[in-house]
Design a protein around this ligand. Sequence first.
Ligand code: HMG
Ligand code: MG
Length: 300
Amino acid sequence: QPSSAVRILEVGPRDGLQNIKTSVPTSIKVDLIRKLAATGLRNIEATSFVSPKWVPQLADGADVMAQISNLRKEGLNVPVLAPNPKGLTNAIKAGAEEVVVFASATEGFSKRNQNCTVDEALDGAQQVVEQAKGQGLRVRGVVSCIFADPYTGRTSPSEVLHVVKRFLNMGCYEVGLGDTVGVGTPKDTQILLELLLKHVSPNLLAGHFHDTYGQAIANVSRAYDMGIRSFDSSVAGLGGCPYARGAKGNLATEDLIYTLEKSGVSTGVDLDQLTSVGDWISQQIKVPNSSRAGTALLAK
Ligand code: HMG
Ligand code: MG
């Protein structure tokens, strides 16, 4: 029996903001990370070191990292995306101790999101992992389009297994399973995990569910029952990849905390305080608050 404890990675400042069209001031990004850390979250994806032409919103990643250096010194873990050696160099310069490499399970999204094939993305990731680990950094992998690709349709579980195995063989400590477009149901989660868990221990996998069809918390629940104990979520349900047509926000962190706490899994996160942060950031960037638990608590 795995322990009940869950690791939560808050991805709002990265996945949540990367698709926002108007430029969000650096000070708001920094305040967001500070406020999230104050709720008790210990792992917060802070930004990306990708091409600023591809994701202009996160072009200020180095400034964000500099302005949260006190939180980093206090032990807050702030992984950043770094898909290639250039990204890694910039991430290390900015003080990153953990980087995230990513690849799609499918060719259509790989081309749109990283301008290369899946195997080319994995080769880039491998270079990042080797260099990063050589310098003492931790590396996490994330595989996108685990259930479907917005350009090429359904994904087969064996395509996901291929990428998961490559990431683990390179030396990633964990692989996030990304339902980039948010279409998967608990049944899809079960079918995929039944295959993956034949090859990989559940403590090496994490769920990264987007909530386009309202299935994210149900997917978490099914994955939890199958032994997964690590989940990504985003305050106020912000999020979506600019290169994934139709993709909506991530699972809202408020909804995740609500489900876990009500199920007797203590998270160390103050839900009322987190709800206020979700309300605050939604107003700052003028998007509706997509958390069901958050909006319900705000209406009380
Ligand atoms: P490219 O245009 O093919 O790259 O992009 P290139 O090697 O030809 O370089 C073009 C220019 O970009 C050059 O600059 C490079 O120096 C620069 P120029 O000479 O033209 O001035 N460049 C960089 N600059 C800064 N940092 C870098 C970097 N790399 C190159 N790291 C590339 C290829 C991969 C760079 C590009 O496609 C890219 O940045 N893609 C990232 C897109 C992205 O961030 N998407 C969102 C994250 S993934 C996601 O959201 C899914 C996830 O949440 C999981 C899920 O939901 O499934 C993780
Ligand atoms: Mg995502």
